[in-house]
Design a binder for this molecule. Structure first.
Ligand code: PHE
Length: 453
């Protein structure tokens, strides 16, 4: 009841599916392609690949090791791996980060959920290729008090049901269905996009290396994206690590997850940009790309556009759902371990709390936009966005890697990575160097640059 002990995924495949589900999210589909194009295409990609495989994967491995070694959720995980209980603060920080990321994520996920519906019933196709009308439609929707909130609650409730079904029956089974579906959707959209006239220009934007666009800001964006995309720095991978089968090869599993996450981000770019360029539209970033530019692209495809737009918003919702599920699970499992409550009660509690905050953030875009914070007059949504992108994840990642590289006994690390000596860890020297020196340094730089910028 009050313990998460011995809850595990059933197999390596189950771990990979669930963790890829967490990693592949809105960040892959609407953020990666955009920043890749913006900061020099192929040039950005090279830097991103280095960051994601050397630093992101290092953090993921460290979180997996911390989770599986301790068999605990974040707070207890850090406490149990060192004699000083105070280290538990890193876990707490991770959970706070998860809480705020989930609350904000629910808003965006609600939008995608609403757009599936609007696509199916023909509201989007009715807007035709009038860019102004499409943008207005989105502006009206996102600032409407009620509709985004309903969509948010629907999305959040589905996540709740999955979590209530448990780790294997809920998260693992759902990921095993949704992840292949996601790959299928993205591949179909890639084929459609690539076969449109003038698709080459989109590929050029995405891939041809332009080192003059790779600014310092671009390098920082690459690192931030690498961490966010792999879902590290918020305790989620610690929780999933604690569910990992004990004979699983942590290093290999992390590499698979990293590779899948990266591949899907690249495929998302291939699905989006050739189509955008083929219509002669400007690639925009973030929600603008997804909710204002892409409907125009779909509407210019004629009758089949409805099918592709529905597929695209479904793809987004699926990606967002498995990510949101991982965040809700991290919170649910943690409370489950610390208090005498059932999984159902814990999940419902966090469903209510994160939805309530999500609703507040959603309203702050519309009816509550007059409430602002600080001298910059940020709305609540913009404030939490800043917190979630600049401060919390890098701070938490930094503490995690310092704990892993400098505080946790090295013998424990080696023992866990090698499955008590059963697997050889030939890469250990490089990994240790990354974990002790390069990763903390890089994180410190991102953090300082973020705060100053
Ligand atoms: N990795 C997810 C994405 O790319 C976001 C996420 C972050 C999910 C942290 C879970 C935990 O969108």
């Amino acid at each position: 009841m009050a313990t998460t002990k011995k809850t595990t995924f059933s197999s390596t495949l189950g771990v990979i599916m669930a963790a890829v589900g967490s990693a592949v999210g809105l960040g892959n589909i609407w953020r990666f392609p955009y920043i890749c194009g913006k900061y020099g295409g192929g040039a950005f990609l090279i830097v991103y690949l280095c960051f994601v495989f050397f630093l992101g994967a290092t953090l993921m491995i460290s979180e997996f090791v911390i989770g599986r070694r301790s068999q605990h959720t974040p707070v207890k995980a850090f406490q149990s791996l060192h004699s000083k209980k105070a280290w538990g603060f890193i876990g707490l920080l991770g959970l706070i980060t998860s809480f705020f990321i989930l609350s904000q994520y629910l808003v965006l996920s609600g939008w995608t959920t609403d757009y599936i519906w609007e696509s199916v019933v023909g509201n989007l196709s009715a807007l035709g290729t009038d860019a102004g009308a499409i943008s207005n439609h989105f502006a009206q929707f996102s600032t409407d008090g009620l509709r985004p909130v309903i969509a948010l609650v629907v999305f959040s409730a589905i996540c709740l049901i999955v979590i209530m079904c448990g780790v294997q029956k809920g998260i693992e089974n759902v990921s095993k269905v949704l992840m292949p579906l996601l790959v299928l959707l993205v591949l179909v959209l890639c084929v459609r996009s690539l076969t449109l006239p003038g698709a080459g220009k989109g590929l050029e934007y995405l891939f041809s290396p332009d080192f003059s666009k790779l600014t310092g800001e671009g390098v920082l964006a690459a690192l931030g994206q690498a961490l966010f995309s792999l879902s590290v720095g918020m305790g989620v991978m610690i929780v999933y690590g604690s569910y990992m089968p004990l004979n699983d090869n942590v290093f290999k599993t992390a590499m698979w997850i990293t590779a899948c996450d990266t591949l899907i981000a690249i495929l998302a770019g291939v699905a989006i940009f050739p189509a955008v360029f083929s219509c002669g539209l400007d690639p925009a970033g973030g929600p603008g790309l997804v909710f204002c530019v892409l409907p125009n692209v779909f509407n210019s495809m004629g009758g089949a556009g409805v099918v592709f737009s529905t597929m695209f918003f479904l793809l987004l919702a699926v990606a967002a759902m498995t990510s949101a599920i991982s965040l809700l699970e991290a919170l649910t499992a943690s409370l489950l371990e610390h208090a005498k409550v059932s999984r159902h009660l814990s999940a419902i509690l966090f469903f209510l709390l994160t939805s309530a905050f999500g609703i507040l953030f959603s309203l702050s875009i519309g009816p509550l936009s007059h409430i602002t914070i600080g001298s910059a007059h940020l709305t609540l949504f913009d404030f939490v966005d800043k917190l979630n992108s600049i401060y919390l994840p890098p701070i938490c990642s930094l503490f995690t890697i310092i704990f892993f590289g400098w505080v946790m006994p090295e013998a424990d690390v080696q023992d866990e990575l090698s499955n008590h000596g059963a697997v050889k860890i030939g890469y250990y020297g490089v990994f240790r160097f990354l974990a002790r020196y390069l990763a903390p340094l890089a994180l410190l730089i991102v953090l300082i640059a973020g705060i100053m910028g």
